[in-house]
Design a protein around this ligand. Structure first.
Ligand code: PEP
Ligand code: MN
Length: 339
């Protein structure tokens, strides 16, 4: 349930309600809106005397939260959440569409710095690249580990780009959290609940990819795990789902973007690379995602896709990345946004 305070309720009034909620064994999440404060109460509500809370000073009303995910829901918070990332504090979820690009994996210092410079000069705001790679086969390249994280940090110092890199297990969370600006949780780990909770205790934004066969509700419940553990900075990323279709690696369900904007206040990115698996499809899907209202794009870019250690087939080149920009900007502007 949500306790909606009257406009001008003081911090003391809010505290009083929080104390009452805790007395009933519930946990509070306070959301400060522009004109009023709401307190979402999480836990078993059966023993709560709603009348007592409703009568507390400056309480307007109590409303139930109907959706299974609570804190992620627009029922609790209507205003879109903006999440500043990286040294530039670029607000993901704001008016501008944020472009995060880079290789699938960090392969070497030379490779990453070259791509980082290209991403920066084309207008990207974030650099992606896996140091720990969740590979389908145990024989595939598994990533450079801490050495890769250090290279990413060097690229951030050099370009000012926000570093987005994947945490694949509880074992590498501490290292990833030390170097990354945004912790990526991959499709394969979307329901790794201990990892979600552990990322919920880190004071850094989390980019949560959709599981390969997860429903929208399961995905939002995964986001709820992170928020419930204490971290409200969750960015959702659609990366395609598995269907019977096989001309693409995954199927990109773009209607998820407006649907998520209806159901949740969290920002929504689209990854057109894993969503298609083919570089020649990526620019058109970037345009379509921007038109559908995506708050940002996560794109695989490699200067030499033919020799990439992973996902070369879906990686576009720095030149193709830069070529997309003018059209993407016009599309963003056509729907009242910008790049
Ligand atoms: C990636 O971004 O390189 C990746 C492994 O993505 P996903 O988890 O979506 O497969
Ligand atoms: Mn990849």
């Amino acid at each position: 349930m949500i306790v909606v305070m009257r406009p001008h309720a003081s911090e003391e009034h809010v505290r009083h309600v929080v104390d009452l909620i805790r007395e009933y064994g519930l946990k509070e999440h306070i959301i400060y809106g522009t004109d009023r404060t709401v307190i979402a109460c999480i836990g078993d509500k059966r023993t709560v005397d709603k009348g007592a809370i409703e009568n507390a000073p400056m309480v307007d009303r109590i409303v139930p939260i109907l959706s299974p995910y609570k804190m992620a829901s627009t029922e609790v918070k209507k205003a879109r959440t903006e999440i500043p990332i990286g040294p530039g504090r670029f607000p993901i979820g704001g008016k501008k569409v944020g472009l995060i690009a880079g290789p699938c994996s960090v392969e070497s210092r030379e490779q990453l710095l070259k791509i980082a410079d290209a991403v920066k000069s084309a207008g990207g705001i974030g650099l992606r690249g896996g140091a720990y790679k969740p590979r389908t086969s145990p024989y595939s390249f598994q990533g450079l580990g801490v050495e890769g994280l250090k290279i990413l940090a060097e690229a951030r110092d050099r370009t000012g780009l926000a570093i987005v890199t994947e945490v694949t297990s509880l074992e590498n969370l501490e290292a990833v959290a030390q170097y990354a600006d945004v912790l990526q949780i991959g499709a394969r780990n979307m329901q790794h609940f201990p990892l979600l909770e552990a990322c919920g205790k880190v004071a850094k934004p989390v980019l949560l990819k959709r599981g390969i066969s997860a429903t929208l509700e399961e995905w939002l419940l995964a986001a709820e795990y992170i928020i419930n553990a204490g971290n409200q900075q969750v960015i959702l990323c659609e990366r395609g789902i598995r269907t019977f279709e096989d001309y693409v690696r995954n199927t990109l369900p773009l209607a998820v973007v407006p649907e998520l904007h209806d159901k949740t206040h969290l920002p929504v990115l689209v990854d057109p690379s894993h969503s298609t698996g083919h570089a020649h499809l990526v620019p058109a899907m970037c345009r379509a995602a921007a038109a559908a209202g995506a708050d940002g794009l996560l794109i695989e870019v490699h200067h030499d896709p033919e020799h990439a250690a992973s996902d070369g087939a879906q990686s576009i080149t720095p030149a193709q990345f830069a070529d997309m920009m003018p059209t993407l900007r016009r599309i963003a502007q056509a729907i009242g946004r910008d790049l």
